[in-house]
Design a protein around this ligand. Sequence first.
Ligand code: AMP
Length: 134
Amino acid sequence: MASIFSKIIAGIIPAYKIAEDADFLAFLDINPLAKGHTLVIPKMEVDKAFDLPKDVLAKWLVFAQPIAHAIEPEFPCNRCGISVVGLEVPHAHMHLIPLQDIGSMNFSRPKLTLSSEEFLEVQTKLLGALERSK
Ligand code: AMP
């Protein structure tokens, strides 16, 4: 099913991209719970995460691993958390969120409103960390 995320994959609408390969894309959540909140999606148009083919499901976590490792030092936190919700956008996506405590994963609390400069700063930090990790 095509969703707003398919439009991001196709480049029809913009996103602050963090990483991409043939099968996956990572970009900053536009309404983040914290600076560094990143979405990681398979390019395959599947709504529910556990409906993905087994090989895509397995590769998804491996694709996300260096991004989580980049988030942790760049956005001081206890650790990078992972969550799959999907109640808003019907295209499988995992949230990577720097956690301070359990409240950091509370999706019902107010989101941050970041300026484009702040998004670019977050993107630059993550791209730099990913580049250094190669
Ligand atoms: P959920 O489907 O409940 O897991 O949440 C969907 C997430 O996608 C929310 O955190 C939104 O802020 C995020 N989101 C929706 N549209 C965009 C977009 N165009 N670019 C980046 N993030 C988005």
